[in-house]
Design a protein around this ligand. Structure first.
Ligand code: AHR
Length: 327
């Protein structure tokens, strides 16, 4: 009997030492993180998922429980409840929409599980329901796009021309939609000669972006600009414009502007289809890990954390910039 106990103890010690050599931590020492992801609707989202999966690894001291909500809030609420049941150490949410979260966040608070918001925000009356948020400044992104358009038109000698704009919005009620629509709208108001003809949701997908643009092109024959609230919608809109026998980009009939700045958007600008894209940085995995490490160390974290973002257009050396980018 004694022999058996000794051999079990020896094997456990060997496993622990092997794990230490391989830099793998014991299961019970891992920080368990549940990530309630929006879905897989865009290239941006794929890069965001990859950023979390490559950061929250066992080698880095984490166990990640990943849930894809397929763009449905009810799925995200179910995922958060399942994380609570599994008694995870942290819950991270990229909320599909901004409202409707109070009840489930109160359940997480009661269970003593800190919630970190990433990418999109939540509107809650009690902001102690979450630790902090990290993401892009969507209103600023929209205003930057509007100001870029004003300068572009001015440079082309079209500053005083009547300009007809359509917008393919993101998922209605998502921070990225709310902020970008508001930001662009702020600049449209400053230009009496700009007219927003129509706005419809393309749900941040290429297929829906194409569908919405097809319907805009049938309704309006004098569109000068299409604002797409993400790159994937722009890819769909470009297909619709070409299928309708029109052209787009710097030498075309319709100016196309989008948000995200994913690799395929650079390719589209290089091909002469897309005019400009306003960056929304998806690499939140390391940022959320840094927040968790601070919380683990008992440090304060800033409640609202905006990330730096830029923009890119066809006047730049896009090949060189693209070669340096991670997504
Ligand atoms: O919330 C960020 C937005 O969501 C990105 O712009 C879009 O591509 C994604 O679906």
């Amino acid at each position: 009997m004694k022999k058996k106990v000794l051999s079990v103890a020896l094997s456990a010690a060997m496993v622990a030492s092997l794990a230490a050599t391989m830099n793998v931590q014991a299961e019970e020492d891992l920080i368990v993180v549940g990530y309630a992801q929006v879905g897989a609707e865009s290239d941006w989202r794929t890069a965001n998922t990859e950023s979390f999966k490559s950061t929250f690894t066992e080698e880095n001291g984490y166990k990640l429980i990943f849930d894809d909500a397929q763009q449905k809030q009810e799925n995200q609420i179910k995922a958060i409840r399942s994380f609570i049941q599994q008694d995870v150490d942290y819950i991270v949410v990229a909320p599909v929409v901004e409202t409707g979260w109070e009840t489930v966040l109160e359940e997480a608070k009661e269970a003593g599980i800190p919630v970190i918001l990433s990418d999109r925000q939540m509107q809650v009356t009690d902001d102690s329901l979450y630790e902090c948020w990290v993401g892009g400044n969507f209103i600023k992104e929209g205003e930057d796009a509007g100001n870029w358009l004003a300068k572009y038109l001015e440079d082309q000698g079209r500053g005083d021309e009547e300009i007809n704009i359509v917008t393919i919005q993101g998922t209605i009620g998502a921070s990225a939609q709310v902020g970008r629509t508001e930001g662009v709208g702020n600049i449209v108001k400053e230009h009496e000669n700009w007219k927003m003809l129509d706005m419809q949701s393309g749900e941040f997908t290429q297929a829906k972006g194409q569908e919405v643009m097809e319907s805009f092109l049938k309704s309006y024959d004098d569109i000068d600009v299409v604002i797409c609230e993400n790159d994937n919608e722009a890819f769909g809109a470009i297909d619709a414009i070409k299928a309708a026998g029109k052209t787009c980009g710097p030498d075309g009939d319709i100016i196309v502007i989008s948000f995200d700045a994913v690799k395929a958007a650079f390719e589209s600008m290089i091909a002469g289809d897309l005019n400009a894209t306003f960056e929304c940085n998806p690499l939140h995995g390391p940022r959320v890990a840094e927040i968790i490490q601070k919380l683990e160390a008992g440090e304060e974290v800033e409640k609202i954390q905006y990330v730096d973002e830029s923009y890119f257009d066809t006047s730049m050396d896009l090949e060189a910039i693209m070669a340096e980018r991670a997504y």
